[in-house]
Design a protein around this ligand. Structure first.
Ligand code: ADP
Ligand code: MG
Length: 604
C-alpha cells in the first residue's frame, strides 16, 4: 500500500456522478451495458493495434469479456482482455471528463426527465461513472502493454486512489472491474438478471461474452455412491473451467457432447459451474438480408446507435464491383437537437470496419453535412489492414465507398417517399436537410429536387413534378411565394389574383427556401417565379384592360407616387389583386419583405 496515491475527481465528474445517481436510479441496470461497451471498445483498440504490431497480443492472446458474480461477497466482476490503461490513462480516463461540451451536457441532464437521461448518457459517453448507480465501492485493475498493472479504487464521493498492484501483472493485459454492490442492487448478482441484461443490451457485441453460470445436470452414479446424499453439490475447480474457456476462444466454439442414455444406471442432480457463451457475435451486417428480421434490425440499431427509439428506415446491402463492402444505413426517427449547427466534432455515426475489424468512427466528413443524420455500419473488404487511420481517410477505395453510401441513402429516402405517412415523419425531422442538400450537392441536386415537398394553394404537400403536371396551359413558370407560415401566405394579397385565375402557388415557409431557389432556380425544365416580386406574371394577362385602368387612375397614381416617394420606388396599377386595395411588392431584383426579415434576424 505504500505506493498508493490519492486523487480528487475533477469537479465536473463529481457533479456528474451526483446527477447520475440522483436521476438514473430507475434505469440503473444500464451500468452493465456501459461496462460491456467499454470492454468491447478496449478490445477493438488492441485488435486494431495488432494489425500493425505483431507483439501487441503477446501478453494475452485472448480477446474476450468475462462476467463473474460472487454472491457471498456481493461482488460483480467484469473482465476484458482489451488494451488496458497505463497509470496516466487511469488517472485521466477515470478521473476527468475530457469531452468538450460537458457543462452543456450537465445542464441538459439537469433539465430532462430520467427516461431521456438514459439516452443522453449513452450518447455523451460518461458511461463508466454509471457504476456508482449500483456500487458503493469500485476497484479497477488494469494492465496496459506499456506499463505495470495498477489498481484504481473509489467509493464515489470526491476522490480515488491509484496504486501499483502488489500481486504483479496477473492480468497479462486488460481490465478488471470489481463492483461492490449496494444493498439495493444485489439482484444484479443473479444469473437470470445478468443473462437478461446481456441479451437486452449487449447481444451485438463483436467479442465473446462469457458468464460464469451453474447448470444443473443429471449424472450417472455407481451403486457404491448411493449412500451419498443425492443432492450434494459437486463443484469443479474454477481454475480448470477458466482454462477450458480460454481454449474455446482460440478455437471455434465446440459442440457439446451428447451423452447416450443408459436407463439402467442410477442418476443424481448436480450443479455444474462453468463459463457459458452469451452471444453469437456473427455481425448482423455479414448476414444475408433475407435472413434478418425487422425486429433484429431494430434491436441492432438501438444497440449500435445508442438510440432508444426505433429507426425510421434502413437499408442493408452488399456493394460489389469497383469496391466491395457491406453496409447497413439507418435513418433515425428523430433529428438530434444540433443537427444544423456546424459539425466540429465527429458524430461517431459511421462505424467503419475492415473485414470485421473495427477501425474507426472518428470521421469528420464521411458523408456530406446534409446527410449527417444517418447512422451506418460499413465493413470493407479491399482496404489494406495495415494503413493508419490518417492514410485511410484519403484511400481511393474510401472515396468510392462514400459515393455509394450517398447514393444508397438517397435511394432509401426515395423509397421512403412512397410511404406517405412515414415520409411525412421524415420530412418533419430531416426535410431541411434535403433542401440543404439541393443547395450544396450539385451532383445529386436532381435526385434531391424530386424528394422535396412544398405546401401549395392546391395541396397540403406537393412534389415539384406534380405541381408541373397541374400547371395551366399557358403557364411557363412555377409560382411561389415566401413567408413565415402557410396561414400568412394564404391570406396574403400577393396571391389573390393568381388564385382567382386558377393558378397554383407554392408556399415556401422555411427560412432555407429563399436560398434554395437561388441555387436551384428551376426544376423539370421550369423556372421558379417569386410572385411577390415585380409585375404580376400571368401569362393570360389582359393587356388592353390594364392599359384602360392605367389611364383611368393616372391622377391617383401620380399623387400616390409623389406622396410616397421616400418609401417606394413606384406605384402602379396591377391586376394581381382581387379584394385587397393594394400590396407592397419587391422589385424584380430586390429582396422580399420576408427575406429582409430573415436577414435581419440572422444579423444578431
Ligand atoms: P467513453 O466510453 O464514451 O469514452 P466512459 O466513461 O465509458 O466513456 O469511459 C471513459 C474512458 O475510460 C474510455 O474512453 C476509456 O479510455 C477508458 N476505459 C473505460 N473502460 C475501459 C476498459 N475496460 N478498458 C480500457 N479503457 C477503459
Ligand atoms: Mg463508454
Amino acid at each position: 500500500k505504500e505506493t498508493e496515491e490519492k486523487f480528487q475527481f475533477q469537479t465536473e465528474v463529481s457533479r456528474l456522478m451526483n446527477l447520475i445517481i440522483n436521476s438514473l436510479y430507475k434505469t440503473r441496470e444500464i451500468f452493465l451495458r456501459e461496462l460491456i461497451s467499454n470492454a468491447s471498445d478496449a478490445i477493438d483498440k488492441i485488435r486494431f493495434l495488432a494489425l500493425t504490431d505483431p507483439n501487441a497480443l503477446s501478453n494475452n492472446s485472448n480477446l474476450n469479456i468475462t462476467i463473474w458474480s460472487d454472491p457471498k461477497n456481493n461482488i460483480l466482476t467484469i473482465t476484458d482482455t482489451g488494451v488496458g490503461m497505463t497509470k496516466e490513462q487511469l488517472k485521466e480516463n477515470l478521473g476527468t471528463i475530457a469531452k468538450s461540451g460537458t457543462s452543456e451536457f450537465l445542464q441538459a441532464i439537469e433539465e430532462k426527465k430520467a427516461d431521456d437521461n438514459m439516452n443522453l448518457i449513452g450518447q455523451f459517453g460518461v458511461g463508466f461513472y454509471s457504476v456508482f448507480l449500483v456500487a458503493d465501492k469500485v476497484v479497477v485493475t488494469t494492465k496496459h502493454n506499456e506499463d505495470e498493472q495498477y489498481i484504481w479504487e473509489s467509493q464515489a464521493i470526491n476522490d480515488f486512489t491509484i496504486a501499483k498492484d502488489p500481486r504483479g501483472n496477473t492480468l497479462g493485459r486488460g481490465t478488471q472491474i470489481k463492483l461492490h454492490l449496494k444493498e439495493d442492487s444485489l439482484s444484479f448478482l443473479e444469473e437470470g438478471v445478468i443473462r437478461g441484461l446481456i441479451t437486452k443490451y449487449s447481444e451485438f457485441i463483436n467479442f465473446p461474452i462469457w458468464l460464469w453460470t451453474k447448470k444443473t445436470e443429471e449424472v450417472e452414479i455407481d451403486d457404491d455412491d448411493l449412500d451419498d446424499e443425492s443432492d450434494k453439490i459437486e463443484k469443479k475447480d474454477e481454475k480448470d473451467e477458466k482454462d477450458e474457456k480460454d481454449e474455446k476462444d482460440t478455437d471455434e466454439a465446440e459442440v457439446e457432447d451428447v451423452t447416450e442414455e443408459k436407463p439402467k444406471k442410477k442418476t443424481k442432480t448436480v450443479e455444474v459451474p462453468g463459463w457459458e457463451l452469451m452471444n453469437t457475435q456473427k455481425p448482423i451486417w455479414t448476414r444475408d438480408s433475407k435472413d434478418v428480421t425487422d425486429p433484429e434490425y431494430e434491436k441492432f440499431y438501438r444497440s449500435f446507435a445508442k438510440d432508444e427509439a426505433a429507426p425510421l428506415a434502413w437499408t442493408h446491402f452488399k456493394a460489389e464491383g469497383e469496391v466491395d463492402f457491406k453496409s447497413i444505413i439507418y435513418i433515425p426517427s428523430k433529428a438530434p437537437p444540433n443537427l444544423y449547427q456546424k459539425v466540429q466534432e465527429f458524430t461517431r455515426n459511421i462505424k467503419f470496419f475492415v473485414k470485421r475489424v473495427f477501425i474507426t468512427d472518428e470521421f469528420l466528413d464521411f458523408v456530406p453535412k446534409y446527410l449527417a443524420f444517418i447512422k451506418a455500419i460499413i465493413d470493407a473488404d479491399d482496404i489494406p489492414l495495415n494503413v493508419s487511420r490518417e492514410t485511410l481517410q484519403h484511400h481511393k477505395a474510401l472515396q468510392l465507398i462514400k459515393k455509394r453510401i450517398i447514393k444508397k441513402t438517397l435511394d432509401m429516402i426515395t423509397n421512403l417517399s412512397k410511404d406517405e405517412e412515414k415520409y411525412k415523419k421524415f420530412l418533419k425531422e430531416f426535410g431541411v436537410s434535403l433542401k440543404i442538400g439541393a443547395i450544396e450537392d450539385n451532383s445529386n441536386r436532381k435526385t434531391l429536387a424530386k424528394l422535396l415537398r412544398f405546401p401549395s394553394s392546391h395541396k397540403n404537400l406537393t412534389t415539384l413534378d406534380d405541381y408541373i403536371s397541374r400547371m395551366k396551359k399557358k403557364q411557363t413558370k412555377m409560382y411561389f411565394v415566401t413567408g413565415s407560415s402557410i396561414n400568412e401566405l394564404e391570406n396574403s394579397p400577393f396571391i389573390e389574383g393568381y388564385i382567382a385565375r386558377g393558378y397554383e402557388v407554392l408556399y415556401m415557409v422555411e427560412p432555407v427556401d429563399e436560398v434554395l431557389i437561388q441555387h436551384m432556380p428551376g426544376h423539370g425544365g421550369k423556372m421558379f417565379q417569386n410572385i411577390a416580386k415585380g409585375d404580376s406574371k400571368f401569362e393570360d394577362n389582359d393587356l388592353e384592360e390594364t392599359s384602360k385602368l392605367k389611364s383611368k387612375y393616372i391622377k391617383l397614381i401620380d399623387w400616390m407616387q409623389s406622396t410616397l416617394t421616400d418609401f417606394v420606388e413606384r406605384v402602379q396599377i396591377s391586376n394581381r389583386l382581387t379584394s385587397s386595395p393594394c400590396a407592397v411588392i419587391a422589385g424584380d431584383w430586390g429582396l422580399t419583405g420576408h427575406m429582409e426579415r430573415i436577414m435581419a434576424a440572422q444579423a444578431f
